[in-house]
Each structure stands twice: as C-alpha cells, then as structure tokens.
Write a protein that binds this ligand. Structure first.
Ligand code: RB5
Length: 145
C-alpha cells in the first residue's frame, strides 16, 4: 500500500507521529509537507494528497490540521475522494468497512498522539466490506456527476 500524507502547521507534530507509525508498519508513503512550522493554508496541502489519491498514484491519503475539519472539507472537494474525519477507533474501523474511505483526516489539537496512532493503524488495516455498502458508494459517486 502507498500512502500520501500532509498537514498544515497545526498538524506538523501529529504528521511526524503518523510517519513514525507507518515506518513501524512497513508502509510506503510520500510526505507532501509542509517542511517547517510557518503558517500555511490547509487547502494547499489537502489538494496534492487528494488529487494523487484520486488519480490512483496512491492507495490512500492521510491529512492532518488543527481540527481535521478544514483538511477533510478540502479533500472531499476532489472527485473520487471519500475523506473521513475520525477521532475514535470505532469510526476509523467503520468508515473503512462501510464507506471505503480513501483519505483519513485527524486534528492534532483534538486528540493525543497515542489515540491518533491507534486510529490511523485501525484505518490503514481496515478493509472495505463491499456488499450493500458497494451500492451506497455508487450513489455517492453519482452525486459527483
Ligand atoms: C489553523 O489555525 C487551523 O485553522 C487549521 O489547522 C484547521 O484546524 C482548520 O480546519
């Protein structure tokens, strides 16, 4: 699996945590920044991750900001992206199983690093259940037309 990851300045520390998690899991990833702590605009960092996942260059994306909200809103504007904002493990598992989410958003200012790592690991390992959920994903895709 190949993962694209980015944050804004509000998510830099958590992005480093999740990179460390993926190193430990042996997951290949590319980091789309930012490179330092200066203030940036989250849509500029959600965009490259969302566009590359939508283009099929990466299997999944992870985007992080202070709340996770701005990043998730921006990522979901890109056709083909189903970005799930998760701050609990149950939602992380359910959104892979039911929504086949291809981008995960989290907020560094909302949860601690330990929980964030568990959420990300659960989401990265989670599998889409298909079946009746497939039809619902197709209806989401229809909304994009
Ligand atoms: C940046 O201050 C903050 O607005 C951003 O990280 C994010 O929380 C936006 O949704």
């Amino acid at each position: 699996m190949k993962v694209a990851i980015s944050s804004d300045h509000g998510g830099n520390r958590l992005r480093a945590e999740i990179r460390d998690l993926m190193d430990g899991m042996g997951i290949e990833y590319e980091d789309f920044g930012p490179r330092d702590d200066s203030s940036v605009d989250y849509p500029d960092y959600a965009r490259p991750v969302a566009e590359r996942v939508a283009a099929g260059e990466f299997d999944r994306g992870i985007v992080i900001c202070g709340t996770g909200i701005g990043m998730s809103i921006a990522a979901n504007k890109v056709k083909g992206i189903r970005c799930a904002l998760c701050h609990d493990v149950f939602s992380a598992k359910a959104t892979r199983g039911h929504n086949d989410s291809n981008v995960l958003a989290m907020g560094e200012r909302v949860i601690g690093p330990g929980l964030a790592r568990e959420i990300a690991q659960t989401w990265l390992e989670g599998e889409f259940e298909g079946g009746r959920h497939e039809r619902r994903i197709e209806k989401i895709t229809e909304l994009e037309q």
